[in-house]
Ligand binder design. Structure first.
Ligand code: SF4
Length: 218
């Protein structure tokens, strides 16, 4: 099955979806968004990386920033922070307008420390690049601003299956315009949408009890 361009979901939504399915739905189905420290600092790092006109060639590496990618099979589109094309005339693929063949290596800039959600986003980008360039990509890197280090990520079958499963589930919610219910947990404390999501409300047995409690708090 392939998706129509009009139905493509935002690729970066997979990190929201992995964090909390409800958060993803609030942002991508209900179009609600609130910035907190974590999201603002993440955005600033991406603005730096997404200089779309940037193409640099150094020795045997061509570096691009903000390269648009998509997948008809998964029904997603997005941008890669950085894609490195490393010359390899034996194993690489041809790139339009360039001499020789290249290995393709996506690099994603991230805030904080290594998380599964970041790995799945990077894997999804690699899968889009594979579909677009008809090639196989074995690994990529996550760059963390805090440690200033690159973490090498091998794109295993396990990661690839998880990405496919996540996007299938997201497409299902999107078609039904369904927002999953609140499941309050520790992560809610750092969630940028906690005031919109109202996790407190779901933990009270009834609206009357919620009103009694909140009025009681004042
Ligand atoms: S507050 Fe909690 S339940 Fe609500 S969207 Fe955020 S993480 Fe999900």
């Amino acid at each position: 099955m392939t998706y129509n361009e009009d139905d493509y979901l935002q690729l970066s939504g997979i990190q929201h979806f992995e964090f909390c399915r409800r958060q993803w739905a609030l942002i991508h189905i209900e179009q609600q968004w609130e910035d907190n420290y974590l999201t603002v600092s993440g955005e600033l790092m991406h603005e730096k990386a997404h200089d779309k006109d940037f193409v640099e060639k150094r020795r045997n590496v061509i570096t691009t920033r903000g390269m648009p990618v998509y997948s008809r099979e998964m029904g997603v589109r997005g941008d890669c922070d950085v894609v490195e094309f490393i010359r390899d005339d034996e194993n690489g693929v041809e790139i339009f307008g360039r001499e020789g063949k290249y290995n393709v290596v996506p690099v994603e800039y991230k805030h904080g420390t290594l998380k599964d959600a970041d790995i799945f986003q990077l894997t999804a980008e690699a899968m889009c690049l594979e579909e677009m360039l008809c090639c196989r990509i074995e690994y990529g890197y996550l760059y963390y601003g805090k440690t200033r280090k690159r973490e090498k990520i091998d794109f295993t079958e396990e990661y690839r299956s998880r990405v496919i499963k996540d996007f299938e589930e997201m497409q299902g919610y999107y078609i039904k315009q369904y927002t999953p219910k609140v499941k309050k947990r520790k992560a809610c404390n750092s969630c940028s949408l906690k005031d919109i999501c109202l996790p407190k409300l779901e933990t009270y047995k009834s609206a009357k009890k919620y009103i009694d409690m909140t009025i009681g708090e004042e």
